[in-house]
Design a protein around this ligand. Structure first.
Ligand SMILES: [Zn+2]
Ligand SMILES: [Zn+2]
Length: 259
């Protein structure tokens, strides 16, 4: 089974290509299953709209409806799954659980991008100090412990810009791995930063030393493209490399989610 559950659409404002171009690329690359997981829109009480990061909430129904139509259209060629990539924003987790059920979504993945909310909350991809790492681990563990997610996306996203792998990084890797293991939650080996050639000039991800700790702690992994353009699916280079790099996880590498 070949499956990728981390795929975006132009609705988030920082992805490219049509919905069908992503699906056709997956069919051509021999994927059995493709999960659409665009950045979830949150029901901000302030009416905030995060342009360039996520769709406005007014687009939520259109996204789900379009994906349902495409799921039918491509049913003979690929299994399409419908979900979202979501943060842990404590104020809105009840809404998220209700929305998942109401829209009959297949799954949610946990992308721990911002501290508490993105209405001004710190972006963890810019983590630069031990204090930022402590906040990241705190949000990560709370999100993991909700039990709402199918897996944790880019658990090492805090290394995007962070310059060293020091004891703070290793402690974060251990804490997150242990929390994921306890909840039986796979940790994503995310290929987007590599595709973009480590644009933020930090350690980047997936980070070998981070995943050394994931391996040692006995947690599970899952490969995710985090595609923001169809070419990330169409070009098999990163996927094939990741398959080799994660082979040692054996049965602890999850190749498909159970639905
Ligand atoms: Zn994105
Ligand atoms: Zn993503």
């Amino acid at each position: 089974m070949k499956a990728n559950y981390h795929t975006h659409t132009t609705r988030c404002g920082h992805a490219f290509g049509t919905d069908e171009q992503y699906i056709r690329a997956a069919v051509e690359q021999g994927f059995d299953e493709l999960g659409m997981s665009d950045h979830v829109p949150w029901p901000y009480k302030s009416g905030f709209v995060h342009h360039g990061v996520r769709m406005p909430i007014t687009q939520l129904d259109e996204y789900v409806q379009t994906m349902r139509t495409l799921k039918e259209k491509y049913a003979q060629k690929i299994s399409l799954r419908i979900g979202f990539e979501c943060e842990y924003f404590p104020e809105y987790m009840g809404w998220l659980a209700d929305m998942k059920q109401e829209k009959q979504l297949d799954y949610l993945i946990f992308g721990c991008h911002y501290d508490t909310t993105d209405e001004g909350g710190f972006y963890f991809g810019n983590a630069a100090s031990a204090k930022h790492l402590v906040r990241y681990v705190d949000s990560a563990i709370k999100g993991i412990e909700t039990g709402m997610f199918a897996y944790m996306a880019h658990p090492d996203v805090f290394l995007r810009r962070y310059q060293r792998v020091d004891e703070n990084v290793r402690a974060a890797a251990r804490d997150i791995s242990q929390a994921c293991k306890a909840k039986n939650l796979p940790m994503e080996y995310n290929l987007h930063d590599r595709y973009r050639l480590g644009e933020a000039n930090g350690n980047g991800y997936p980070n070998p030393e981070f995943f050394e700790i994931v391996f040692a702690e006995g947690a599970k992994v899952i490969i995710g493209l985090d595609a923001h353009e169809p070419q990330e699916i169409a070009d098999p280079t990163q996927w094939n490399l990741a398959m080799e790099e994660t082979a040692r996880f054996g049965e602890r590498r999850i190749d498909a989610l159970a639905f």
